[in-house]
Write a protein that binds this ligand. Structure first.
Ligand code: KG4
Ligand code: ZN
Length: 336
């Protein structure tokens, strides 16, 4: 089954084709992402109306480009998958409208995909993919969740953030130190030049049992440290390092607890913050210490928003016989 995947939930237009006749990474025939970062950078964050308009402009050319790269004619498609939520309603409607119309015209089924399920399954688009049961750490700009995956499609929420998501904390902390949008990756780059240990911030909620997170207090700690500092370039890097270490250590402690609680040794990590080098390194160290322990990440370009994860998640659902009637419906707020 060759499935077209369309992702337009926020500020990335993602398109891909996944072929279930092949497995793992080989099934991904082509994928392309167009990022609207430059468009939104001047406003310091995503402007929803502009995001929708840009998806309208970019989506069809990107579909044409992806099909050409895959060496396919549009009539070769057996199904269409699209992100139906959570996300910005106008942006979601662009993808949903195009996906449903294409499916109707081609007389193939269309399936609505949950954006976070897409992220969660992205580590499986690799060769030698992990098999459930495993624990998933979902760390994006909008979510921070620990999920027990008993089987594909059978998810149990173990813990989540009570306030800011990890990516949101990265972005807000970067902003308060004057870094341009999107701040997360920039803050991580800056932290590489930082002195470990000069700034030590709390590891929130690790001093009590449980698998929930809270990152908003950490942001406030950074704000106070930044205000009281000389604000030199070195200090900025040192604070960035202190912040990154606090987030990474907090995530690692909770992941370890989640593996213990679920009686699992395989951890998968997905979502934009999964691209963070120090987090990847730290979780490798943590899982290597466990007998049979393993951690799996998507390749870097599949950590952040993309069409490949939607094509893949949709292909699994379509193969299981799931699809919906021809109606353009999105769910901006949607529990997985
Ligand atoms: O999954 P994603 O592309 O979009 C959402 O669904 O939210 O995640 C974007 C988030 C942003 O908050 C961004 O700052 C963060 O992922 N991010 C990073 C890194 N790369 C992206 N955070 C820390 N270190 C990185 N290298
Ligand atoms: Zn995402």
């Amino acid at each position: 089954m060759k499935v077209l995947g369309i992702e337009t939930s926020c500020d990335e237009t993602g398109v891909a084709v996944y072929d279930t006749a092949r497995a793992g990474a080989d099934g991904l025939l082509a994928h392309a992402v167009y990022s609207q970062i430059d468009l939104h950078a001047q406003y310091g964050g995503v402007v929803p109306e502009l995001a929708s308009r840009d998806h309208v402009r970019k989506l069809l050319p990107l579909i044409r480009q992806t099909l050409a790269e895959a060496g396919l004619d549009i009539r070769d498609l057996d199904g269409v998958a699209y992100t139906a939520g959570p996300g910005l309603v106008g942006a979601l409607l662009v993808g949903a409208g195009v996906a449903r119309s294409l499916a109707w015209a081609l007389e193939v089924p269309a399936v609505a995909v949950h954006h976070m399920e897409g992220h969660l399954l992205a580590p499986l688009i690799e060769n030698d993919p992990p098999e459930p049961p495993f624990v998933a750490l979902l760390v994006s700009g909008g979510h921070t969740q620990l999920v027990a995956v008993d089987a594909i499609g059978r998810y149990r929420l173990l813990g989540e953030t009570l306030d800011d998501a990890a990516g949101e904390a990265f972005d807000k902390t970067a902003k308060l130190m004057g870094l341009p949008y999107p701040g997360g990756p920039q803050l991580a780059r800056l932290a590489e030049a930082g002195t470990p240990g000069r700034y030590k911030f709390a590891r929130p909620m690790t001093d009590r049992p449980g698998l929930d997170f809270s990152f908003s207090g950490l942001k406030t700690q950074v704000l106070l440290a930044w205000r009281d500092s000389d604000q030199s370039d070195q200090t900025k890097a040192d604070i960035a390092r202190g912040f990154e270490d606090a987030v990474v250590e907090t995530l690692a402690i909770k992941c370890q607890r989640a593996l213990d609680a679920a009686g699992c040794d395989t951890l998968i990590v997905a979502g934009g913050v999964g691209a963070n080098k120090r987090l990847r390194q730290r979780l490798h160290e943590m899982t290597e210490r466990r007998i049979g322990g393993r951690v799996c990440f998507p390749r870097l370009e599949l950590c952040t928003d993309n069409g490949a994860m939607i094509a893949f998640a949709g292909a699994l659902r379509l193969e299981a016989g799931q699809h919906e009637d021809a109606q353009v419906k999105v769910t901006p707020r949607w529990d997985m």
